[in-house]
Design a protein around this ligand. Structure first.
Ligand code: SF4
Length: 198
């Protein structure tokens, strides 16, 4: 596939896993198609499932504030999730669901080809870094996966009612700003070789 639109058409009205039977709307991803910065979250929640967009609830509002803190908006970044459909009751993604759905995410990463990938929370971090380590230990530490610089941070939803996590998120976003500065004005090399998680 050459474009994100082609990928979206390829996914279609997906029922490749059981979440296709319970979701309201598939949440493909949004943002700048050649963004230097890509966020990978976990899965759509209730609001996202209804609207078909990632991060539209209270966690999305916090994400907007965090982006503004480094002079960015959603139009500057690309946002996607590990799963494109909501697990019932917001339960955790199942391994089989992740295995079935993440080839689409890998393709999105290949097409956007960001410089920096920020993983939001445990599931995205474990998938991208192929690690069993938890987000609490990894957050704020600069990692690498394939040709990408990766920064794991808390999921904004986890910080909604936890002031200390909120402060930590703002500090980690300052680091994102520094990492983006290092990407250079001329961007970065096209993806070579295997992607993470492959
Ligand atoms: S979660 Fe992914 S694989 Fe499962 S139905 Fe939705 S788009 Fe298809």
């Amino acid at each position: 596939m050459e474009t994100l639109n082609e990928l979206r058409e390829h996914i279609g009205d997906c029922h490749r896993c059981d979440l296709g039977d319970t979701r309201t709307r598939l949440v493909f991803g949004v943002g700048r198609t050649d963004a230097d910065l890509m966020f990978i979250g976990e899965a759509p929640g209730r609001n996202e499932d209804l609207k078909g967009e990632p991060f539209v609830g209270a966690a999305g509002k916090l994400l907007d504030e965090l982006l503004a803190s480094i002079d960015l908006t959603r139009d500057d970044v690309y946002i996607a999730n590990i799963l494109k459909c909501r697990p019932p009751g917001n339960r955790n993604p199942l391994p089989a669901e992740i295995e079935t759905c993440t080839p689409f995410l890998r393709e999105q990463v290949r097409l956007v080809n960001p410089c920096v990938i920020v993983t939001l929370g445990n599931f995205a971090t474990k998938f991208v870094l192929k690690t069993t380590a938890g987000i609490t230990g990894l957050r704020g530490s600069v990692q690498h996966a394939g040709s990408f610089t990766v920064l794991p941070i808390f999921h904004p939803a986890a910080a909604l009612y936890d002031i200390s996590k909120r402060d930590t998120l703002f500090a980690d976003f300052a680091l994102i700003g520094q990492l983006l500065s290092a990407c250079g004005a001329e961007g970065h090399e096209p993806v070579q070789g295997r992607l993470f998680g492959a």
